[in-house]
Write a protein that binds this ligand. Structure first.
Ligand SMILES: *Cc1c(COP(=O)(O)O)cnc(C)c1O
Length: 346
């Protein structure tokens, strides 16, 4: 069997032999007792990298977002977020279930909204209304197709947040993709937000884990809610070691994933039955629509799969392909060939 090209997500990456060696060599301790030196090192390193007072290692990006929401809200508060937001669409109604918050949705451009939209969504002080409390910007934006927030736009949103006393959180699950694409430092973004989360298990290629960072009192509360949500781990240094390895070795290489995504997008945009503007491919996510006359998204994905190329359908017509560490240039060639044969019915 020829190898599969797995473009379903950048979460499918497997730890490299070198990362496994770093995992094997990790010093560990009981992190619930604060004893794990590798977890502590990762938290300190991320606090510095993200320009925040403190950071907390958590099992997933969803937990990072949900402890952040829980730490800054109370039941009856409202979040102001884009309609594409991960914490709204893919975290099983966590804001409602875990924090008792409602959401006010904005219609941004591929997940990127304006300060004016935030200001217009803030509730006036009135006993009938929820309390507007928190804004989340997602960078890059997943459902928007890996779109990158311009740092000045984040600064504008922060100014609006300050005007209304709102907390600004960045869901930076793919923050490093944004930084590599925008050629900037993480702090160029994070200086404008109160708190930030970032995933190690996406493009950075670690098996497990995310970080959430912010001011010390915030992290103290987040730590409490991590425990409440069942996310306190013991000898988690074996996971933190993989994250540290990823920060050392897997950040700059994200440019390769972006180039692969761009090459794939440019090749398939020309094919009959595919609707895609390659200019919208800014990082490692390629979103396109299949014309109904060709196939449904699910059928199209099944046909590609017969060629050993895997993607995820979003019914009825949308398909997502994500490039990552385990997709080589030859894998992209193979994916392009599979598209050519499916679209041209050969
Ligand atoms: C993947 C992702 C998360 C977290 O996902 P987990 O599977 O819980 O780690 C959060 N935000 C965004 C934007 C994501 O893409």
């Amino acid at each position: 069997m020829t190898p599969v090209v797995d473009l379903r997500s950048d979460t499918v990456t497997k730890p490299t032999p070198e990362m496994r060696a770093a995992i094997a060599a990790a010093e560990v301790g009981d992190d619930v007792l604060g004893d794990d030196p590798t977890v502590n090192a990762l938290q300190e390193r991320c606090a510095a990298l993200l320009g925040k007072e403190a950071a907390l290692f958590v099992p997933s990006g969803s937990m990072a977002n949900q402890v952040a929401i829980r730490a800054v809200t109370e039941p009856g508060d409202e979040l102001i977020i884009d309609e594409t937001t991960h914490s709204y669409n893919y975290e099983t109604a966590g804001p409602a279930a875990l924090s008792g918050c409602s959401v006010r949705l904005l219609a941004g451009v591929r997940g990127v909204f304006t300060a004016e939209q935030v200001a217009a969504a803030v509730r006036p002080e009135n006993a009938h209304f929820p309390h507007s409390r928190m804004v989340i910007v997602e960078n890059t934006n997943n459902r928007g197709g890996g779109s990158v927030w311009p740092a000045p736009r984040v600064a504008e949103v922060r100014a609006a947040a300050d005007r209304f006393g709102l907390h600004l959180h960045m869901d930076g699950a793919r923050l490093m993709n944004a930084c590599v694409a925008a050629r900037c430092r993480p702090t160029d973004y994070t200086q404008h937000v109160h708190t930030v989360s970032m995933c190690f298990s996406k493009g950075l290629g670690a098996p497990v884990g995310s970080i959430v960072a912010g001011p010390k009192p915030f992290i103290t509360r987040a730590h409490r809610f991590r425990k409440m949500f069942g996310g306190a781990m013991r000898q988690a240094g074996i996971l933190a070691a993989a994250a540290l390895y990823a920060l050392d070795h897997h950040v700059e290489r994200l440019a390769e994933d972006h180039a692969h995504a761009r090459r794939l997008a440019e090749a398939i945009a020309e094919l009959p039955g595919i609707r895609l503007d390659p200019a919208t491919v800014e990082t490692n996510i390629v979103l396109f629509d299949v014309e109904p006359s060709l196939a449904t998204a699910a059928d199209f994905v099944a046909r590609l799969r017969a060629h050993g190329v895997w993607m995820l359908p979003t019914p009825p017509q949308r398909v997502r392909a994500v490039t990552h560490l385990d997709v080589s240039s030859a894998g992209i060639d193979r994916a392009i060939a599979a598209f050519q044969s499916v679209c041209r019915g050969r």
